[in-house]
Structure formats: C-alpha cells, structure tokens
Design a protein around this ligand. Structure first.
Ligand code: CP
Length: 346
C-alpha cells in the first residue's frame, strides 16, 4: 500500500524526508506516523502552560496560512485555524467562493495561484478528487512554491482526518497492547466516505490489524481499497450485518450517510438505517476495552445516549485533530527538533 519512491518523490521533496505537501494518506509511512503522534503529544503537553503557549506561538509567527474551503466544514476548518494560531501563524480564509473572484469567472486554479502570492501555506478542502495534487504540482512549477495540505478532497481522500484517527486509536490502546492486532470495524457509507478510505490505508502499516467493512451493499467500500488490502496482505471482511460485528470489535468507526453526493435525479440508496446505527443497547455487547470513533458530524447513526460512556472517544478524537494538525504543520516547516528540545528541558 505504500507508494514507490518514484510516486512518493513529489510529496516528500524535502531532503530531510519530512513532508513538503500533505496530499494523500498513503504518503505517510509508519515512521512518519509515529513521529507525528509523538510530536502531537509533546505539543499538547507544552500547550498546558502559559510559558509553553508562548514558546509555541513564536515558532511560526513569521508564516501565513490560507484556508481555502470550497466545501462545508466545522471541525477540519476550525482545528486547522486553531493549530495555526497555536503555532503563531496568521490566517486568512475563503470559505464562500460567491464572495471571491470565482464569482466573476476566475477558475479555482487561478484562485490557488493567487493565494500562493500572499501566503506560505495553503490548506484546502475541495469537492474534486485529484485537484489538490494538481495544485501542488502547479505551484511547484511557479516562482514561489509553497506547501499544500489536503483538508478533504472529493470522495477519495481526507489524509489529516486519517492522521487524527490514527493518533486517537494509538492513545486509546496505549495501555492495552497498542494498535497492533486490533479489530477495526467500519460502519456506514463506506463507498463515499473519504475518512474511511484514508484511514483504511494507514492501518495497513500496523501489524495484524483486521478490518471489517459493514455497510449496505449500495454503500460498501470500493474495490480499489480492497485491492490495496489484498496487496498488503491485510485480513479483512465485508459484511451487511453490522450488529454481528460489535462483540468482537476493538474499535468501531461509525460514519454518516454522505447524502451530499446523491444524484438529485437518481435513486437514493435504500437500506434500513437502524441496522447501521450504534445505540446505547450496543454498548452492552461492546468489549470493555472497545472504543467508538466517528469523524463527525453525525446524524442518526450514533445515538447521543452513548456520549458519556468512557468508550465513546469521538469528542477526544475531534480535539486530537487540532494537535495532530499542529504537529503536521510544525513538521512541514521543520520545527520538530525545537519542540522536542523544549519538551525535554521543561
Ligand atoms: N470530520 C470532518 O471532516 O468534519 P468537518 O466536515 O466538520 O470538517
């Protein structure tokens, strides 16, 4: 599932091996995931004190980030915004292209090139698969190349969500044998849910993880992901019976129906949503050490009655997004050693 060195070259262009862009989940390998998770923990702990916050906010005070989100977002946008603030970066945003010059006919490509004139990093969410990679290539060939972070693209990739999911799973299992050898069950709209597609790829870097995809047939995970799991020798199951998977799961990853991708003139996928929901009754059969994740936002597939159970880690998962995004930005700009040094000394 890893990219070949040739495929990876455009993404890892810094001689140090640290990422330049963050475009697709599988550009991160096990050692870079471990580095980012450790760095996130250090930043999280440093940020607990006023002196620590002062240290962090000086790290990138000379950098500016553009948040270009042409699809709706709460968590990803705000956690990137907060991460930039923690590291001292100044931030601007375009979230509504109807008040940008795209309304006058400017192409999104020209918009991105325009942002490249004023900022030091572009963090972007887009409905188009492959567009972020194209923009990274385009900017690489301008007089002012700059890093791009994919904050969600089309139905395909949400690499920083996968990073925060890995961080959450690692934290959840750190006193229970680590992430290795665990059984992760994905449930919901797996066909159009980019978070599952990105996380499934990253889980292949951990030994003996079993992945189960529980979804109605019309919303089942894509064959391309299963082919990658086959190629990586990963043990997986595909099922329509979610409820039967719960007792054996170490982690349940719930997702909502991605109805924004429904064809307005076509037929909607037909299924009984209750069969693909996690309720308070399901807590009774979930392992004592099991955890429930959700990238959020949720709809009816995850009962709020589960929220106060200690195994419901989705609020912590959301907060972890801010810390891992701090770590990623700091890593791209080469600040990890400074952070580690401060952490060790304080
Ligand atoms: N998980 C996630 O991407 O949430 P938002 O759409 O709110 O950013």
């Amino acid at each position: 599932s890893a990219l070949s060195p040739d495929e990876r070259a455009p993404y890892l262009v810094q001689s140090s091996g640290r990422p330049y862009h963050a475009l697709i989940a599988q550009q991160f390998e096990r050692d870079s995931l471990d580095l980012l998770c450790d760095l996130a923990t250090r930043i999280r702990r440093i940020a607990k004190s006023r002196d620590g916050m002062k240290f962090l906010s000086d790290l990138l005070c000379h950098k500016r980030a553009m948040l270009y989100f042409s699809q709706p977002s709460s968590r990803t946008f705000l956690s990137f915004y907060a991460a930039c603030q923690i590291l001292g970066m100044r931030v601007a945003e375009v979230r509504d292209t109807s008040i940008s010059s795209e309304m006058k006919g400017e192409t999104p490509t020209d918009s991105v090139r325009t942002f490249g004139s004023y900022f030091d990093m572009i963090i972007m969410r887009t409905p188009w698969q492959g567009f972020v990679e194209e923009m990274a290539w385009m900017l690489s060939n301008t007089e002012r190349p700059l890093p791009i972070i994919n904050a969600g693209s089309g139905k395909d990739q949400h690499p920083t969500q996968a990073l925060l999911d890995i961080y959450t799973l690692q934290r959840s299992f750190e006193k229970n044998g680590g992430l290795e050898n665990k059984h992760v069950v994905f449930c919901g709209d797996l066909k159009r849910g980019r978070t599952v597609r990105s996380l499934s790829r990253l889980l292949t870097y951990y030994p003996n993880i079993r992945q189960t995809f529980a979804a109605p047939e019309a919303l089942q995970i894509g064959q391309d992901i299963l082919d990658q799991l086959d190629a990586a020798g990963v043990n997986y199951d595909v099922t329509t019976d979610f409820k039967a998977t719960i007792p054996d799961a170490d982690a349940i990853y719930m997702t909502r129906v991605q109805s924004e991708w429904d064809n307005p003139d076509g037929e909607k996928p037909k299924y009984n949503w209750a069969d693909y929901s996690f309720t308070a009754a399901d807590l009774l059969v979930l392992k004592r050490t099991g955890v429930i994740l959700h990238p959020l936002p949720r709809r009816q597939e995850l009962d709020p009655a589960c929220d106060n159970d200690p195994r419901a880690v989705y609020w912590r998962q959301m907060r972890n997004g801010m810390w891992i995004r701090c770590a990623l930005i700091a890593n791209i700009f080469g600040r990890e050693q400074e952070i580690t040094h401060y952490y060790m000394m304080n």
